[in-house]
Every structure is written in structure tokens, then in C-alpha cells.
Write a protein of this length. Structure first.
Length: 384
């Protein structure tokens, strides 16, 4: 029998989430391997066990997974047919292929919410741009509404609000869902870790503030600045979803709190998530270590928040595209409680996620001052 720590782990995807997962694997000296298209990607720069391949290609995924004991992901846009086949061959795939199949399609996600009675915005599936325009013209769909691509949306791409006929002309051509627009008071996220035996660890909800130009997270606060009752309800809801899915691994549950104090489920992600980056410095156990514990059947770590924290994304500045340059890093690193995470992407472009900053500070006013200082001074640009 393979000892827990000697299991050969295969991760599909080599971006920043994979890089942070690899960093969490090094203290236990785990045998962890990654596959993505280029060694120039964040993981490939630091992990010796990197395979160049396409995680959307059936044969590449099969070849990569065939000698691994357990296979996982850092992105859900994977060739799921290959994952089903690897499961048939006796490989452990966590999260399970069926769960990835459901979550990678926002239409199937919504059907899961309906089937299990989870409150989510009313929706309908749309085949293409032409059929959406026809439904609007016939009065079956009214403005405003949210349109989301069923597959392959990420980092702010694949989601847009359609307010009027002018916006409708820019609607997505590919299969999508449309949702009613909810009056949002807060956007929250809760991360749950779940093992094969059903043990769970739930992180405190975080309060997310978005940059609506990029439709990306600007900053978030942990814990969320909400009543203890709402936070407990959010944690219980996320835990219930993870149990209904029977997922093994991490599940990030994005939620809305509306103006009436009602929680709605927005979306799920079956992997490490932007909303959990703060756990590296701010929690007893990071989401990345927790993912590894789930994969290997190890006891889950303590998800307790050690200190209040503020997480901010570092996005490529508008007007710059080319080889990246980080300006005034030294001034930001001089601030107490500031932890920079630079992902190692060689090229920047407007709104591309290039890194993040964790500000660990028990005083919210102090943390916000540091956030504003970094926002003003740290620039992600290019001199090309």
C-alpha cells in the first residue's frame, strides 16, 4: 500500500493557484506533478515535475494521469471525459469527475441548485445570440438581466449585465444562461474542505468588493462585516452544498446577500479560489494545505482566522501591455503586516491578475489605509 505522503499527485493546471498549491506541498516534500501548456507558466517556473500538455485534450490528460495515484485540478475547464476514464482505471480523481462536469457548466450548476432547493436567481438557458434577441423582442425576457457563458468563463470573462438594446448587441454568441438581477447588499464567499470520509472544515465568510470595470475582485475583508447570524447561516449553507455534492476537496461557494438580508447562491468553484488567498497568512491552515490534506486523506487542518485581514488583487494597469514591471514594491513592503504574492507571469495586460497582497491587521481602518497606499503606489505596468 502506498503511504499517504508517498502518493503521486497530479494537478491539471499550472497557473497561480497551482503555484501556491506547490508551495504548500513543499513542507511535506510531497510527490506532486503539474500539467499545463508551457513551463513559463507560474508553476512551471518553480516545480521540477512539470509536463507540457493541454488539459482540454483527452489524450494528454490520460497520459498525464495514468501513472498518478490521485488527480486534482486548479481550474475546472478540464477534459472531463478523460477524468471519467481515469476513474474507471482506478485512479482517485478529487473533486470527482461528475462534480467537475456539473460545476464547469453554469446551466448544470443552476439545475443542481433547483433540484436541492438552494435559493438562487431565476434563470433560463440560451442557445445563442439570435435566440436571446428573439426572446427579448417577444417580451419573454426583460431588461436588465445577467448573462453568463455556460462554459469557460473565468477572471471576469464570460459574465455581463445586459441593461438595454445596445448591450444586447454585445451579448455572447455561445450557449449561456440568463439570470434575474438581484439587488445586492454584500457579495460573500465561503470555502469548505471535505475529505473522502466526509470530514469537513469551513472557513469564515469573506466580504468581497468588486472592480466593476474588470468584473474582478478588487479587495475583500475577512471576516465579513456582517452579523454573527448571517455568517453562521452562510457557513451552514456552504457546508450543506458540499455535503449534497459529496465533493472531495475544496468547494468555494459565492453568495449574494440582498437588501432584505436574504442569502442567495451565486456560483460554485470546485478548487482553491481567489477568495481564499488570505488564508495563507491569516488562517491557521491555508486553503492550499487543506486541499492537499483532502487529496491524501489526511486530517483536516484548523480553518480558524488568526487575524482580521484584507486581501487585494494586483491587476495589470490600464494602458500597458508587455513584459511586466512592478513599480514601488519597496514602499509597500515597508508596511507592517503586508505580504506580497507575485505570480510570476511574464506579460501584463489591462486587468490581468498578476498577484495579490494580504494585509494582516486587526484594525480595519489601518488595513484600509494600507490598501489605499498600495493602490496608489504599486503599479503593474510595462516599459515596452
Amino acid at each position: 500500500m502506498v503511504h499517504m505522503l508517498n502518493q503521486k499527485i497530479g494537478i491539471l493546471g499550472g497557473g497561480q493557484l497551482g503555484k501556491m498549491l506547490y508551495q504548500a506541498a513543499t513542507p511535506l516534500n510531497l510527490d506532486i506533478h503539474f500539467m499545463d501548456q508551457s513551463r513559463s507558466f507560474p508553476v512551471g517556473q518553480i516545480c521540477p515535475h512539470f509536463t507540457e500538455g493541454n488539459f482540454k485534450d483527452y489524450d494528454d490528460v490520460i497520459r498525464f494521469g495514468d501513472d498518478k495515484d490521485v488527480i486534482s485540478i486548479e481550474i475546472e475547464a478540464i477534459n472531463v471525459d478523460a477524468l471519467f476514464e481515469l476513474e474507471k482505471r482506478g485512479k482517485k480523481v478529487f473533486p470527482q469527475a461528475q462534480i467537475i462536469h456539473t460545476i464547469q457548466d453554469k446551466g448544470l450548476q443552476k439545475e443542481f441548485f433547483v433540484a436541492h432547493g438552494f435559493k438562487s436567481a431565476a434563470f433560463r438557458t440560451i442557445a445563442d445570440h439570435t435566440s436571446l434577441k428573439a426572446k427579448v423582442n417577444q417580451g419573454e425576457v426583460t431588461y436588465p438581466f445577467v448573462q453568463k457563458l455556460r462554459k469557460d468563463g473565468y477572471d471576469g470573462k464570460g459574465v455581463q449585465v445586459i441593461q438595454n438594446a445596445e448591450d444586447l448587441e454585445q451579448a455572447f454568441e455561445a450557449p449561456s444562461i440568463i439570470e434575474d438581477l438581484i439587488e445586492i447588499d454584500h457579495e460573500l464567499a465561503v470555502i469548505v474542505a471535505r475529505t473522502e470520509s466526509g470530514d469537513c472544515a469551513v472557513y469564515d465568510p469573506v466580504d468581497m468588493v468588486f472592480d466593476h470595470r474588470a468584473n474582478l475582485l478588487d479587495y475583500q475583508l475577512a471576516p465579513a462585516g456582517l452579523s454573527s447570524e448571517i455568517k453562521a447561516e452562510a457557513k451552514a449553507l456552504a457546508l450543506d452544498i458540499s455535503q449534497k455534492l459529496c465533493i472531495v476537496g475544496l468547494l468555494a461557494v459565492e453568495m449574494f446577500l440582498d437588501k432584505d438580508g436574504v442569502l442567495w447562491i451565486n456560483e460554485l468553484a470546485p478548487r482553491a479560489h481567489n477568495s481564499g488567498h488570505h488564508t495563507i497568512e491569516a488562517c491557521v491552515t491555508s486553503q492550499y494545505e487543506q486541499q492537499l490534506r483532502c487529496l491524501l486523506g489526511l486530517p483536516l487542518g484548523d480553518p480558524t482566522l488568526i487575524s482580521q485581514s484584507l486581501l487585494m488583487n494586483l491587476l495589470g494597469a490600464e494602458g500597458y501591455q508587455g513584459k511586466v514591471s512592478y513599480e514601488q514594491l519597496d514602499q509597500c513592503l515597508a508596511l507592517e503586516g503586508v505580504h506580497l504574492h507575485i505570480y510570476g507571469k511574464e506579460m501584463t495586460k489591462p486587468y490581468r491578475k498578476m498577484g495579490h497582497v494580504n494585509i494582516v491587521d486587526p484594525n480595519l481602518d489601518s488595513a484600509m489605509k494600507k490598501y489605499n497606499f498600495i493602490k496608489q503606489h504599486l503599479k503593474v505596468i510595462s516599459h515596452e
